[in-house]
Design a protein. Structure first.
Lengths: 464, 332
């Protein structure tokens, strides 16, 4: 194992683990804002109870997101110092903006959101929830701006010392060609991830007690999201794919498994085992012309193949190929469940159809798997470059010896599996408990301070 | 024309100061944790920082992210040079950060997380102190990269700075508990603060003297005539602030000892600035050599100029919401 490969393994490991938490907390923060808003508007206790139920889960998710995120902000320097030196003048300011406009906002209002319910009024508490939700979105914007620039770099100049320097327009750098597509696709993915997690939890409790008002409400809200957002996400994904074809054709050809050029229209490979040595997909199952129809909206449009490009610019094709199929397969499964829920709603069986609930339960973790698969498609698909077409991964790593990287990788793996393994166990424990009519706030909440008269407990909603 | 590189060095300095001011006491409470009685005392200590620890640690991200943005070359050299201590720091922060939430999730596991919390806090603090010492003692640089070995950071001096920071943060933690709690816990905090204050003064003295022997540049910077008339003010002020700290502690003031302890940290940072200015990597890379280009500096300055006052405003508000002594109610 070389130091480079170990450094890549380490980055893949810590970023994948990290990504699970913001993917959940971006959606969950918005969901909590919706629940609190609905409670303030309608006064119905079911919303207050659901707010408190999911707030406990949010607190655990957010804590894990924060600590795994701090690791990320140092990973660029410890393991990818040459990349940091070269790209720092361009991407550094974007990350600084993320800290200034998002991290502080989230962290500053999180304490009030979690513990301040009896200390500030309803309006201010709702403001805190909104601030956290908006913060998660702003954070997604900046970090995806960085990632998009690395995928589709524009607006830079090359300095005499080999550094990437900002050109005259920061807007060009921030709004790089793939950003709009990546932002929409990723944020929708976070919403869907949360919707299916919430839906799975709701389904689990409906299977045990279909009269539970909290379970009914969360399941219904989650299935609305599934039915409405899953189809939009498929369209957004398609648009993102077309954008990638324009700027990173090699990545798309790897996703599709198109080794040879298709002058008369490319097939859609449904299944197979890509073999880059042989330059073909083994045991291929393909629909003729469908590939061109999807990518060019014309069945006869010619498409290049990977063999049209130098071999040393190919990503690891099988990984990209399979991760793409996992993501797309789950996307369509989500769409299917959304349609099923609409049918159930029309037949007034949304809460009384155990098979629908079982399916929703199975699909509970689908978003997380899809998000990681999608991340693998775009990041592994960018290989062998860190800054696409300009800076190779092999030329980006820190001058580290393999044993140093191996030791830290081992330390991260052990710590993450123990810590986040326990964290996920606690999440499942919280989710296992049904939502109740008098849901409590967080355990250990510093509810009041001696000498400060607490405001009336604002969110102590009635029975649902 | 204002030199934006200097402005950015000051902003990074402010971020590091803000980090030490805010996260120091909550790491310190982590390290004092094993000395507190299990049960109500530990819960109160934890709750006195639970609403704010996340914001406090964000300053560390600001320091790291800001260094990458404003001084990318320094970031690219320092982080690999301090690979092992920084990795340990991050893992320590992971352990202690999740403990805030996890210890409430399962009573059967609380004991384990009540060990993880001080362990992570101590590892993170020790690693930060070692990082400081390793920077001061010098980093081997060739071209645009770190060129030393993987254990270069480890030396008696860096261990001394590591232990010094453990003492210092523990002092801040004890002073915070004095401020935010009452009864027996507060009395205990006052006793700890008294002992830690003396220990910190000794550590500051030891680190200062050791620094003078590290490099001729430090020696001249501090002791050359006539500059010594200015630099001598720092140790004199340190003694004066220590005296005021003890007076405040003896009068059983609540906020006073914490503020004076912060004063001691402030003087240490001033001393650090005197030692290394205008280098970002002492004796190797100056702030101008490491600086990002003007366009990056200007763009970020706009953001920092608008956002930092707003951040300080709502951070202040968040502290104000949780002002006063931590009560006993609300625990399960």
């Amino acid at each position: 194992m070389t130091a480079l490969l170990l450094a890549r393994a380490q980055f893949a490991f810590v970023v994948s683990f990290h990504f699970l938490f913001p993917a959940f907390s971006i959606g969950l923060a918005s969901y909590l804002a919706v629940l609190e808003g609905l409670w303030l508007r309608t006064g119905r206790g079911v919303y207050a109870n659901l707010y408190r139920y999911w707030l406990k889960i949010f607190a655990v998710v957010f804590a894990m997101g924060v600590v795994s995120g701090i690791v990320m902000s140092y990973q660029f320097g410890t393991n990818w110092s040459v990349f940091s030196d070269k790209a720092g003048p361009v991407i550094g300011p974007l990350m600084a903006y993320e800290v200034l406009t998002a991290f502080f906002l989230e962290a500053g209002f999180l304490g009030v959101m979690l513990f301040g319910i009896n200390k500030v009024g309803k309006g201010l508490h709702f403001t805190a929830t909104l601030a956290v939700a908006i913060g998660t979105f702003i954070s997604a914007f900046w970090i995806l701006a960085v990632n998009s620039w690395m995928q589709t770099p524009v607006g830079y100049e090359i300095g005499a010392n080999g550094q990437f320097l900002p050109g005259p327009s920061w807007a060009a750098i921030i709004l790089s060609p793939s950003l709009p597509y990546r932002l929409v696709h990723t944020v929708l993915a976070a919403y869907l991830t949360t919707a299916f997690a919430v839906g799975g939890v709701g389904a689990w409790h409906l299977l045990k007690d279909r009269a539970n008002p909290g379970a009914r409400k969360m399941f219904s809200m989650a299935m609305w999201m599934a039915a409405l957002v899953a189809p939009i996400q498929i369209l957004a994904g398609d648009a993102h794919g077309l954008n990638t074809l324009e700027h990173q054709p090699i990545k798309v050809l790897a996703m599709e498994g198109d080794y040879r050029p298709s002058p008369a229209g490319a097939p859609l490979v449904l299944f197979g085992f890509p073999d880059s040595e042989a330059g073909k997909v083994n045991a291929e199952l393909a629909v003729p012309k469908m590939g061109s129809l999807i990518l060019k909206h014309d069945p006869n449009a010619p498409l290049p193949g990977l063999t049209d490009y130098p071999r040393d610019q190919w990503p690891p094709v099988p990984i990209v190929f399979w991760a793409f199929r996992i993501m797309v397969g789950l996307g369509f499964a989500m769409f299917g469940l959304g349609l099923w829920s609409l049918a159930a709603r029309m037949r007034r069986k949304l809460y009384d159809w155990p098979w629908l609930h079982r399916a929703a339960l199975v699909m509970g973790p689908a978003g997380f798997v899809a998000v990681i698969a999608g991340w693998v498609v775009t990041e592994v698909g960018r290989q062998p470059f860190t800054i696409y077409g300009l800076l190779r991964t092999a030329d980006s790593a820190a001058p580290l010896a393999a044993p140093a990287v191996a030791s830290s990788l081992l330390a991260f793996v052990l710590t993450y599996f123990v810590v986040f393994g326990m964290g996920i166990w606690y999440l499942l424990k919280l989710m296992h408990k049904p939502p109740e009519a008098h849901e409590t706030m967080l355990d250990g909440t510093p509810t009041r301070s001696a000498g400060v008269t607490p405001a009336p407990a604002v969110l102590e909603g009635g029975a649902s | 024309m204002i030199d934006l590189t200097v402005v950015w060095a000051i902003i990074i300095g402010i971020a590091i100061t803000a980090y030490v001011v805010m996260d120091g006491f909550d790491l310190g409470i982590g390290m004092l944790f094993p000395l507190l009685e299990p049960g109500a005392d530990r819960d109160r200590a934890m709750n006195s920082i639970a609403p704010v620890w996340d914001g406090n640690e964000t300053w560390l991200v600001m320091g790291g992210g800001g260094l990458l943005a404003a001084f990318p070359l320094a970031y690219a050299i320092i982080l690999p040079a301090l690979y092992a201590p920084l990795t340990a720091m991050l893992l320590g922060l992971v352990l202690r950060g999740v403990a805030f939430e996890f210890r409430w999730r399962d009573p059967a596991h609380r004991k384990a997380w009540d060990i993880a919390f001080p362990l992570g806090s101590a590892v993170a603090t020790l690693a930060q102190g070692i990082t400081l010492g390793a920077l001061l003692q010098g980093i081997h640089v060739e071209g645009r990269a770190y060129a030393g070995g993987w254990w270069d950071w480890l030396s008696p001096f860096s261990l001394l700075t590591g232990v010094g920071l453990v003492i210092g943060y523990s002092l801040l933690g004890a002073c915070w508990l004095n401020w935010k709690t009452d009864g027996a816990l507060q009395d205990k905090a006052v006793r700890y603060a008294g002992r830690l204050g003396t220990a910190l003064l000794a550590a500051i003295g030891a680190v200062s003297l050791a620094t003078l022997t590290l490099d001729a540049q430090y020696y001249h910077r501090w002791l050359a005539y006539p500059g010594i008339f200015a630099t001598a003010l720092v140790p004199l002020a340190t003694l004066a602030v220590t005296a005021l700290f003890y007076r405040s502690l003896a009068r059983r003031q609540h906020a006073g000892p914490f503020l004076w302890a912060l004063g001691l940290f402030g003087l240490c940072l001033v001393g650090l600035g005197i030692s290394i200015w205008p280098y970002v990597i002492p004796a190797r890379v100056t702030i101008w050599e490491a600086a990002a280009p003007l366009r990056s500096q200007v763009f970020m300055l706009i953001g920092a100029g608008i956002m930092l006052p707003i951040i300080l405003l709502y951070t202040g508000w968040a502290y104000w919401v949780f002002r006063g002594k931590v009560g006993h109610e609300g625990y399960h």
